[in-house]
Design a protein around this ligand. Structure first.
Ligand code: PLP
Length: 427
């Protein structure tokens, strides 16, 4: 065990999730690669943890942060006017497509979801909410209450009365063989039945990830959330799209993941990639919801000048380089390469994803049971070959990949080769 790992184990809780048999200490980053304390270089196919959305040591972001630091104003609190905050809010409100949108900044995705749920439950004076099975929305008391995986919930104690819906679980045996349209129809009927049988009728909101992140990149068929929204509207239920992983063009198809469904939510939450490594999150929602008196209030660090400088520079970079188009092109190349290779590996149950958000679902080839052991072996094999990835899924059997949106076509080809070579190695 390395000296740092021993010290980590001594002072950090056991549940802090370190990847790899020999956990890595990242000591440098440039472009879409990072280097470790032992001098190895890796192509980062997880972009930190979807945080380094435009890669490492990006001059535009570094210089924007340095300019802000040079003013001496590192933090004067959001009780004062902050130009960078207003500018960023204007951009996000415009990009969101939400009518009369307003923006509230937080420091993380968890806090963003807390704020959105506070808004919705305050607005509707109800603590009943809907969420999706296998969802992950963060680690606070409220966020775990809408998270749907026993391992991530910590306890059954909850401030919300939450009912969990189908919609991102068509791999379950009861849905086998259904077309997208039929699965969507079954889910919508189930939503109506759930509202009639499992709620008191005064539900505040549905919160959902357009593509489930930690849940293993499982996803609803395009259009399902539009069909859900029709039912929600009939009941005055707000729709919150958690874009913490899917925002900013990552899915290639649309700028926010929910755009793939052709529906405009009442609120969206965001975090992870926006600050390209600097902590920034937030909610963008209909102005009338945001303006509800006393709904949220102040965040001391949310929207701070350093985070705003980083986020403005990152978002400008994404837009000026049309990284959504790059995500679509590089993602299509890798996903189709993996789909072509998959039939050679009976333990690959599914290759799925959109844009630069794609996954390998690994199972025991004999029994078809989810295989976290194979996912762990794939992680080690890809690491050996110089590629970092993520793990996830309800059973920890999904290898998740979400490279920086700046991935080049050479890096996409290199990454695909490493993935296929690693599949060969474990087969
Ligand atoms: N929502 C989604 C979809 C996430 O993937 C995450 C984190 O992985 C969160 C919320 C929580 O964000 P944070 O870890 O920044 O609190």
């Amino acid at each position: 065990m390395s000296e740092l790992l021993a010290r980590h184990r001594a002072v950090m809780p056991q549940w802090t999730a370190l990847y790899y048999d020999r956990p890595i200490e990242i000591t440098g980053g440039k472009g879409n690669r990072v280097s470790d304390a032992e001098g190895h270089s890796y192509l980062d196919f997880f972009a930190g943890i979807l945080t380094n959305m435009i890669g490492y040591d990006v001059a535009e972001v570094r210089e924007a942060v340095e300019r802000q630091l040079a003013t001496g104003v590192v933090h004067t609190s959001t009780v004062y006017l902050l130009r960078g905050q207003v500018e960023l809010a204007e951009k996000i409100a415009r990009l969101s497509g939400i009518p009369d949108a307003k923006v509230f900044f937080t420091n993380s995705g968890t806090e963003a979801n807390e704020a959105a749920l506070l808004l919705a439950t305050y607005e509707r004076r109800s603590n009943q909410v809907l969420a999706m099975r296998q969802s992950y929305h963060g680690k606070s008391f409220g966020a775990t209450a809408v998270t749907s995986n026993r391992a991530w919930k910590n306890s059954g104690l909850t401030p919300f009365n939450t009912v969990f819906l189908h919609g991102a679980d068509r791999h379950l045996p009861q849905f086998a063989g259904l077309s997208d349209a039929d699965y969507t129809r079954v889910c919508v009927e189930d939503l109506r039945h759930t509202l009639a049988t499992a709620t008191g009728g005064d539900v505040a909101a549905l919160i959902a990830e357009p593509i489930q992140g930690v849940g293993g990149f499982t996803m609803a068929p395009d259009g399902l959330f539009a069909a859900y929204k029709e039912v929600l509207d009939e009941h005055g239920i707000l729709f919150i799209s958690d874009e913490v992983q899917t925002g900013w063009g990552r899915t290639g198809q649309s700028f926010f993941g929910i755009g793939n469904h052709g529906v405009t939510p009442d609120a969206m939450t965001f975090a992870k990639g926006l600050g390209n490594g600097f902590a920034v999150g937030g909610v963008v929602a209909r102005g009338d919801l945001m303006d509800a008196p006393h709904a949220v209030g102040l965040s001391t660090f949310g929207g701070n000048p350093i985070a705003m400088a980083a986020a403005n520079a990152t978002l400008d970079y994404v837009l000026s380089h049309d990284l959504q188009a790059n995500a679509a092109a590089q993602g299509a190349f890798i996903i189709s390469g993996l789909k072509d290779a998959a039939p050679r590996f009976p333990f690959v149950a599914d290759v799925r994803g959109k844009g630069l958000m794609f996954a390998l679902d690994l199972v025991d080839p004999e029994t078809g049971a989810p295989s976290p052991a194979l996912a762990a072996r794939m992680m080690e094999e890809t690491r050996k070959r110089g590629l970092l990835a993520g793990k996830g899924g309800l059973y920890g059997n999904v290898m998740r990949m979400a490279p920086p949106l700046t991935l080049t076509s050479e890096e996409a080809a290199e990454g695909l080769k490493i993935l296929v070579d690693s599949l060969e190695a474990i087969s």
